[in-house]
Design a protein around this ligand. Structure first.
Ligand SMILES: *[C@@H]1O[C@H](CO)[C@@H](O)[C@H](O)[C@H]1NC(C)=O
Length: 827
């Protein structure tokens, strides 16, 4: 059976709840089978769509003394002192390069990753250079096979010292992967030597190997297993030798020789002296697919880098001033994007959901948040496991948020849609497959024990009355637009693809069998080329989307009539559930100020805007699929929402869109806090162009005023003149966030280029657009240069990156901004 068939067969077992892999395009799905899909690890490869199969990972530490042992590198950790790390260039179908500037472990480490075109085989080349006088580095590679099958050492342990000479080879077989082998080469390296008596029993030029039996769902604890085994060894000798200055640390941290046991989990440990280089090669043992070897590895890597460059440059055609300075922005932009796409992970496992019905969850009584808080507390213990589910997703941050977040995902997929549309569609579908019968989708996807181990208990449970901004729907509009554009100039596209393929061929170099690494499906554009494929994709997700949409309108409904509010439609008003006096976590904007005291009569302007956008996306989708009745229904709702945003939320005194609440006399009134929330009708393009002077112009004034939202680093989240500016957690009360800034730039372009807007407006929009675009990119760049990292948010006073480090979810939207025109068309 071929691997793609195996993958499909395996997935069909899961199809009842989920159908990630589906039948997109076999060849393109294949080239994505293997990847560094263990997003939380510095380097860990597993296949997607095949839970309970092979899991691999890498660890390292300096062993000149015992300091390095406290911080063994395995899972990405914010506390690990590194001057930057991550993918410099990465294509998910071909491979790429990851580097680690590990100051604490005194090591410059590189992991190069390649795959063959069929996607069946892969290799990692690990290169290390000790720094700052450091000498010895220990590397641990492990492989664990979960589920049925076997994985065995094919070398023999040497007699006497029980190490393994030469390359190490594991042979394995499983129903899902067939027969395969994994080689860890010895390489042409130097190993530390010692005349100490103890060193004789564990010479460093031989690898230490251990095999154990580990139950399913436990291989992720490989680091703990390794540490436990190593401690056994240390304890045994420490007392005896603790005063012995002649004994090099690597000797007693070497795994204790244990006679070969047959297990599904293998630890391989090597200690090098000075710079080192070796390969880890995974190959299917079928005759058809050519093997990846140490000798063709470089050709594969060069090919991967060529693929990356070609795709990157066509996806993000940078515009001035960024295109004028490729030296300055070249590495920066490639790293930002590569870390987003290199962070894509495959997750599998159960989710904790509280399904106990509680009236408190309706939030319909006065003081509801107190009752809700009580119920939520109980909910933590009442939660039950649901699933297992699987999810292919980007992650906001590998060290801090290594899992899927619903509200981040729509933003994260925007650049991926440009680079590899097929992959972004597959991820999107994976998410939509999680929509339950009711139409709900959990906002945080904490699947399985490994993901849960990273989350405090009180945040694990998901509640089926909680919503989150439906950013994935935002992507639908982009998909339809891009598809139409691609179809419009199909001939041009064909020409371009041909050129690109020729370029690959040319650059892949001489002496490489083309079939090993080359494959046109590496482009990831099959959905753009085939209307049938895209249509069937959209038809498949449509019913779930509609359910999801209806869930939003039903569960987050607010009341208009109860508080004598006058509006075009008595129906279209919305209220986030999950409010407390200080927070509205469900809105995604956590501590952004709302009405001081939560009220059941509140209406939230950001939420009605999100639902307006959702309605418009559903309408466009229904039109595309020729579902006429649905399209008409959606259009009617869209009109009502646009009218109601103006009727309910526009505050003529403040000249801003505001939330509504109910005062102590039972009267409806505005709750105004200018900032991101008040911008939402603008961000989601729900302000009629007739309102240019009355409503759009004041928005430009708000954006461009340094006493309100303008800074030299981007648009701040809350007006400097708001009484809550910069207070308490100061999370969404001032700091600059890239996701919202991206929407601002896009809306400035949209309204600024609108032929029916006034010239005065267009000129002002163009002025702000041009300055903001440059400010945003340059600030993220400056911070990256200073710290080596991209950040979750940026300080509104200094521009400095802050919050979560190595945040390459929506901060990577920077590359989209670089590809926007320098100026917008005002005439
Ligand atoms: C870009 O990155 C490469 C690889 O790390 C490096 O060799 C090169 O010097 C960098 N270029 C600039 C202009 O910093």
């Amino acid at each position: 059976m071929k691997l793609n068939q195996l993958a499909l067969a395996a997935t069909s077992l899961l199809a009842a709840t989920n159908h990630v892999l589906a039948e997109t395009s076999d060849s393109s799905a294949d080239s994505l089978l293997w990847g560094p899909y263990r997003s939380n690890l510095y380097m860990g490869v597993r296949p997607k769509g095949l839970p309970h199969s092979l899991m691999t990972g890498l660890m390292w530490f300096n062993i000149d003394d015992y300091q390095g042992l406290n911080k063994i590198r395995h899972a990405c950790d914010m506390g690990d002192e590194m001057k930057g790390y991550g993918w410099e260039k990465y294509d998910p179908r071909a491979g790429g390069i990851q580097t680690f500037h590990d100051t604490e472990q005194k090591l410059e480490l590189t992991t190069e990753f390649v795959k063959n075109a069929e996607g069946t085989n892969w290799g990692i080349r690990v290169k290390g250079v000790p720094k700052d006088g450091a000498k010895s580095t220990t590397i641990v590679f492990y492989a664990g096979l979960e589920g049925e099958g076997k994985l065995e050492l094919e070398n023999k342990h040497d007699k006497g010292d029980n190490g393994v000479s030469g390359d190490i080879k594991l042979g394995g077989r499983s129903s899902r992967l067939g027969s395969f082998d994994i080689v860890m080469s010895k390489g042409d390296n130097k190993f530390p030597k010692s005349d100490h008596a103890l060193a004789k029993s564990r010479p460093a030029h031989k690898a230490r190997h251990l095999s154990l039996n580990i139950p399913d769902d436990n291989v992720w604890m490989a680091r703990d297993v390794f540490v436990t085994m190593m401690q056994d060894s240390i304890q045994k000798y420490y007392e005896k030798y603790s005063e012995d200055t002649e004994l090099p640390p690597w000797v007693i941290t070497s795994l204790e020789p244990i006679y070969q046991m047959k297990g599904n989990f293998h630890l391989i440990q090597r200690t090098f002296e000075g710079p080192f280089e070796f390969d880890i090669l995974f190959n299917q043992r079928t005759k058809k697919a050519p093997r990846i070897s140490s000798s063709n590895f470089n050709a594969g890597l060069e090919h991967a880098l060529d693929v990356f460059e070609a795709k990157f440059e066509s996806a993000f055609a940078f515009q001035p001033p960024f295109s004028d300075n490729p030296k300055k922005y070249g590495n920066f932009s490639r790293e930002l994007f590569s870390n987003l796409i290199g962070g894509v992970g495959y997750f599998y496992g159960t989710s904790m959901v509280d399904r106990t019905y509680s009236e408190a969850y309706e939030e319909d009584e006065e003081g509801f948040w107190e009752a809700a808080a009580e119920s939520l507390k109980k909910g933590i213990d009442l939660a039950t496991e649901e699933g297992p589910f699987e999810l292919l997703t980007t992650v906001p941050s590998r060290p801090f948020f290594p899992r899927g977040f619903y509200w981040d995902e729509g933003f994260n997929l925007i650049p991926i849609l440009e680079y590899d549309a097929d992959l972004s569609l597959e991820i999107l579908k994976s998410w939509f497959a999680l929509i339950d019968e009711d139409g709900w989708i959990a906002r945080e996807q904490i699947l399985g024990p490994e993901a849960r181990s990273k989350v405090p208990k009180e945040f694990v449970t998901q509640y089926p009355h909680y919503a989150n901004p439906p950013t994935l729907m935002l992507l639908l509009t982009d998909i339809l637009e891009k598809f139409k554009a691609a179809q419009n100039d199909l001939s041009e596209e064909a020409f371009y693809n041909q050129q690109m393929e020729e370029e690959f061929e040319f650059e892949a170099g001489v002496g490489v069998a083309k079939s090993i690494f080359d494959n046109p499906s590496l482009l990831g554009t099959t959905h753009w080329k085939s209307p049938e494929l895209l249509t069937s994709y959209l038809k498949e997700i449509y019913p779930e989307l509609k359910l999801h949409y209806e869930w939003f309108r039903r569960t987050q409904k607010g009341s208009i009539r109860d508080w004598d509010r006058e509006a075009f439609s008595p129906r279209e008003g919305y209220r986030w559930r999950g409010r407390t006096p200080s927070h509205c976590l469900t809105s995604g904007l956590d501590d952004y100020p709302r009405a001081d005291i939560p009220h059941t009569g509140e209406l939230h302007v950001d939420l009605i805007s999100w639902i307006g956008m959702m309605t418009r996306s559903m309408k466009q989708l229904a039109e595309f699929l020729d579902y006429k009745e649905d399209a008409e229904d959606f259009e009617e709702i869209e009109t009502a929402i646009v009218r109601n945003i103006a009727d309910l939320h526009w505050n003529p005194d403040e000249k801003a869109y505001c939330d509504l609440t109910v005062n102590e006399f039972g009267e409806s009134e505005f709750a105004c806090h200018k900032g991101y929330v008040s911008l939402f009708p603008f961000l989601l393009k729900l302000i009629p162009i007739e309102d240019t002077t009355e409503k759009l112009m004041p928005i430009l004034e708000l954006l461009s005023n340094p006493d309100e939202l303008w800074t030299e680093y981007g648009i701040r989240s809350l007006s400097k003149s708001d009484k809550y500016y910069g207070t308490k957690e100061n999370y969404w009360r001032g700091p600059i966030w890239m996701n919202i800034n991206y929407m601002i730039v896009k809306s400035l372009q949209y309204y600024g280029e609108h032929p029916e807007a006034t010239l005065e407006f267009r000129l002002e929009a163009a002025r702000i657009y041009k300055a903001l675009r440059v400010n945003l990119v340059n600030n993220v760049h400056k911070s990256w240069e200073e710290t080596g990292f991209a950040w979750e948010q940026y300080n509104a006073e200094t521009g400095k990156g802050q919050g979560v480090k190595h945040f390459l979810g929506w901060t990577s939207l920077t590359v989209m901004i670089m590809a926007l025109p320098e100026t917008i068309q005002t005439i």
